[in-house]
Design a protein around this ligand. Structure first.
Ligand code: P6P
Length: 339
């Protein structure tokens, strides 16, 4: 038989046969990837379908909801709630914990997800994604409280994203490296295209929303200015800048060719704690970045060691090529800390 690259499920079965993941996690990841396929199917029709545009509603973040934000969220709830292994789901699109309905069997796993990250790009056909983070509790809590779900990112058992771009891809870690899969429409499956992704330690490419420069701390402003000064400046080499306004697209680029992604706490978002959310954006992306040999901090602290306090907690994010994040941390430590 002609050599066929492994499908996503074959990859999971291999991990299970090696004793690296449990059967129930395989079940849950199958439901997650099926949800991502369904979301991709809605996206591919663009304005030919009826899913484009915004609703009059706002999500818990106070952001205008796209029709597809709600559609993607509902797809996850419907397709994951009967997996039989979950006790709760937490979504960017829902204020409260989503308990598994009484008539479905439950289990100790918790799924945090951002069903459609970067959705402001949907109407202009720029890549968007789905981000997921999975924990396994020591037991199913009697009472499903927020406190019962507040675990640091180092306790994740799996994390990943779907990238709805020129091709639809799925990138996953279960703590045993980072692998990527590309959707093959001819068989309706994700097939492995990248094995053991490693982020280049050095980079000359930064990603930051430069329109917020007036809000940044002085050390960060100096860092970015020195990158922009290029070969004639203190860095001695030219830098490139990218900003897609879709974290999944930025992190995917960084995983494959290096770079550093920055969304700092700044003078304008400090009261809110930053922009990006810890549980379903920063933690899963940090797990992937660290598993790929990169580094991920919130100014100076390792993101995956942050003890969460609420479901939609925001955090500053600096992640990517290790040597560049190391430099940023040393500059932050040398600067006067901002309370
Ligand atoms: P800004 C999308 O809303 C998101 O959460 C990330 O995916 C993205 O990196 C960031 O916000 C974009 O923020 O301020 O550029 O719109």
């Amino acid at each position: 038989m002609a050599h066929q690259t492994k499908t996503f499920m074959q990859h999971l079965f291999e991990l299970r046969h090696k004793g690296l993941i449990e059967r129930d996690l395989t079940t849950l990841l199958h439901a997650v990837t099926t949800s991502c396929k369904a979301i991709a199917n809605h996206l591919k029709n663009g304005d030919l379908g009826d899913a484009m545009g915004s609703l009059d509603s706002q999500n818990v973040q106070g952001e205008t909801q796209k029709k597809l934000d709600v559609i993607a969220n509902d797809i996850f709830l419907e397709r994951c709630q009967y997996s039989g292994v979950l006790c709760a789901m937490v979504s960017e699109e829902m204020d409260q914990i989503y308990p598994i309905p009484g008539d479905f069997p439950t289990g100790p796993y918790v799924l945090f997800f951002d069903p459609l990250d970067g959705s402001s790009n949907v109407d202009v056909n720029v890549s968007v994604g789905t981000i997921f983070s999975i924990f396994k509790l020591s037991e199913i809590p009697d009472k499903l409280t927020v406190e019962a779900l507040m675990k640091p990112g180092v306790e994740q058992v799996a994390a990943g994203y779907a990238l709805y771009g020129p091709s639809t891809m799925l990138v996953l870690t279960t703590g045993h490296g980072v692998d990527a899969f590309t959707f093959d429409g001819s068989i309706g499956e994700f097939r492995q295209t990248h094995v053991g992704i490693q982020i280049p330690e050095d980079t000359s490419e930064i990603a930051i929303n430069a329109s917020r420069a007036r809000y940044w701390e002085a050390y960060l402003k100096t860092y970015v200015d020195e990158c922009f000064e290029g070969a004639n400046g203190p860095r001695g080499r030219d830098f490139n800048m990218r900003w897609v306004a879709s974290m999944v697209a930025e992190v995917h680029r960084i995983l494959l060719r290096g770079g550093v992604f920055m969304y700092p706490v700044d003078s304008q978002n400090r009261k809110a704690g930053g922009k990006l959310r810890l549980l379903y954006e920063a933690n899963p992306m940090s797990f992937l970045v660290e598993q790929a040999g990169g580094r991920s901090v919130s100014r100076t602290d390792r993101i995956m060691e942050i003890a969460p306090e609420n479901l939609h907690q925001r955090v500053g994010v600096f992640m990517g090529s290790k040597s560049e994040v190391d430099l940023l941390v040393s500059k932050a430590q040398a600067s006067r800390s901002v309370s």
